[in-house]
Design a protein. Sequence first.
Length: 325
Amino acid sequence: MGAPVQGHSRNAEMDFHQGGLSPDHRIIQTRCQPDGLPLQQTQGGVMAMDVLIASFGLINLFALGGVVLIGLPHGAFDGAIAACLGQADRPITLIRFITLYVALAGLVVGLWLLFPVAVLIGFLGISIIHFGLGDARAKSGWFRYVQAVAHGGVVVAGISQSHRLEVDVIFGYLVGGDAAPVWMAIDIASVIIAVTLAIYAWQAFWNARWRLGFLEAGLLILVFAVVPPLFGFALYFCCVHSARHIWSVWTAVKFEFPSHMLFGGAMVFTLASWGAGAAAFWWCASFMAVESALLRVVFIGLAALTVPHMILVDGFFRANAGNSR
């Protein structure tokens, strides 16, 4: 597995920020890192965008934009799921659902600010479970959980282990310091994930019904190995996880609500999350470098929304929908 990466190396930062710009891009980056300009110290929107491009590179900025604009709205259907489960079908229950949802999200943000390393490790762990349960094809039994760990682990550990230096820079921003404990957890998890992949391969060899899923996991491993980490995550999050989730919700609730209500409600929640994220980014960027502010807002916000989303989807929706995807 290799030793955990200690702190931020200059070479790692330079690799992370390569995004298809001219060679001068990396020279610009050395003036922005590690203490880049706060957004409000830039001169207008064009200059602010120049700082973002110089800090991240076009590829990474495009990936983060995809996560926010395409991937994030998939959780906006949680209101429809709650209504379908009888938890948001009346004004009073809808208010209660939104209050609990926002309170849980706020709790995650607060805990992250207090215990960033522990919460990041926990977030990576629940992401493995959440992604894996969405991708697993077995509907019940022990092999469903083997598939879940394998599929979810391919995303989290696959991206991290394939690009340790670049991902260490991201982790460093998210925890505000040394991410060595996070890497220890990932290395331990990687051993477990490797075992589940071996079991998965054995089952797929003998049973044709599991081969397509195993092929999907294998293809993702190859993709994650060759594309930049943020782009690989965005590709999976938007094109696999979000698309699969939206389809599963649509097939489960399309006869319960008119389409305009379903998508109208999702749009309201999406706009609310975008507005909250934009406000958080503007506030954070007033006292920290824009690259740090953007990464923190996107991934801490994603973690905050994942916890109530996962409780609703994995704890209630899948069981009531017969583990459909």
